[in-house]
Design a protein around this ligand. Structure first.
Ligand code: AKG
Length: 395
């Protein structure tokens, strides 16, 4: 149950929709085996809900939904359907724990998609909700394109479904146009308009999907929709890993006790392989340079205390930080650290001389880690033999 007036940054739930919204990603085709692996991995990670494609979409979708329901996962299984009795009748037969119902409420969708007006929407919503409730399943009602919908339509509709005991209402930024302030305002008011839980779904077209999810929680939303790597229609929705990155900075205890964070990379690789994409270099947490430090000023401080330039501890996610030392920006502390790792101990003066030579070398062209390691070795050996240091530059 929600706590009106208080943010839910420390008690949110995740509805992962990789197997629904994610199936709408351009490259996605999940066979049954892949869906089961992904569902199990998400369950192991600890997501609260797994949302599946409507069983009305195709016969395979229905069979896969039934198969996943039989796995006996800890996560609750939802299926996502149109606000239509035909879909609802199929959904309740699949073994799901709950049904996520959606219908467009913006003038764009009412005019150009389903063609129904708000009084029809209210009537059919109530009918579908009563029906699903009569089967003792969880039911959520969402207004697609909420941020371009008229609040004079939206609020009475939400109130009507709340009155008959819907478990959650859904707020969806279907076209990714909302900004964090708008999200905060809408959810804050809604928090006082309905007593049920509030689920939110943010597309990332304008780059606000994570920030919007965070602001929704601050304003009192209870559930956030995610997908692994953010895959979904167009450029997708709030990514699971990105949400974890945001939330662990706000409440490390809640996030690290509740979710099995060390499995994030494996889940992302599983999904990336299934949809034939590479994990982006700048991906939250798992991107190849997410915990790399390069400039001399940064590496010196991080070697002293990582919190100087890290807001997230990579170890929380089973990741490692990386000190880059093969560049013209390298500082002597990084070279000293590397030399000590190689068991090549020198005086600080020597490390500084070695660094000056390395910087001169790396100023000319791109250099590799192996080259710098041999350089440190040569410098170490030469100093033992008493060779002049400047003879080493560029060798
Ligand atoms: C969207 O509006 O983008 C959806 O995918 C549906 C979201 C919902 O059911 O709340």
């Amino acid at each position: 149950m929600a706590h009106p007036g208080l943010g839910n940054v420390s008690r949110f739930k995740i509805i992962d929709s990789t197997l629904r919204e994610g199936e709408q990603f351009e490259n996605a085709f999940f066979d049954t085996d892949q869906k089961i692996k992904i569902a199990k991995a998400l369950d192991d990670f600890g997501v609260d809900y797994i949302e599946l494609t409507s069983p009305a979409a195709s016969s395979k979708s229905r069979a896969d939904c039934e198969a996943i329901c039989k796995l006996g996962l800890n996560a609750k299984i939802l299926t996502h359907i149109r606000c239509h009795m035909d879909d609802a009748r199929i959904a309740v037969e699949t073994g799901v724990d709950g049904v996520n119902v959606v219908i467009g409420t913006s003038s764009h969708l009412m005019s150009h998609s389903h063609g129904k007006d708000i009084s029809y929407i209210t009537k059919i919503a109530l009918e579908v909700i009563e029906f699903v409730k009569s089967k003792h399943l969880e039911i959520r009602f969402s207004s697609e394109d909420s941020f371009r919908s008229d609040i004079n339509d939206l609020f009475p509709l939400y109130q009507a479904v709340d009155r008959i005991g819907v478990n959650r209402i859904g707020v969806a930024d279907t076209v990714g146009c909302a900004n964090p302030r708008q999200v905060y305002e809408l959810v804050r008011v809604l928090r006082h308009v309905v007593s049920c839980d509030i689920e939110t779904h943010f597309h990332n077209d304008s780059g606000c999907a994570i920030a919007n999810a965070f602001c929704a929680l601050e304003a009192g939303a209870t559930h956030i929709d995610t997908t692994v790597l953010g895959i979904g229609e167009r450029n997708g929705i709030t990514p699971l890993g990105g949400l974890m990155a945001r939330m662990i900075v706000s409440d490390r205890g809640y996030v690290s006790n509740k979710y099995n964070l060390k499995t994030l990379k494996d889940i992302e690789e599983l999904v990336a392989n299934a949809v034939q994409i590479k994990i982006p270099f700048n991906n939250y947490i798992t991107g190849f340079c997410a915990f790399s430090h390069k400039a001399g000023i940064h590496t010196k401080a991080v070697l002293n205390n990582p919190s100087t330039y890290e807001s997230i501890n990579p170890a929380d996610f089973g990741m490692k930080r990386h000190i880059a030392y093969a560049s013209r920006l390298t500082g002597w502390n990084a070279i000293k650290s590397r030399a000590e790792t190689l068991k090549l101990f020198m005086t600080d003066e020597r490390y500084k001389e070695c660094t000056a030579s390395i910087k001169a070398f790396a100023d000319v062209r791109r250099v590799s880690v192996e080259e710098i390691d041999s350089f440190i070795h040569a410098f170490y050996d030469a100093q033992k033999l008493g060779a002049p240091q400047d003879t080493l530059v560029g060798k």
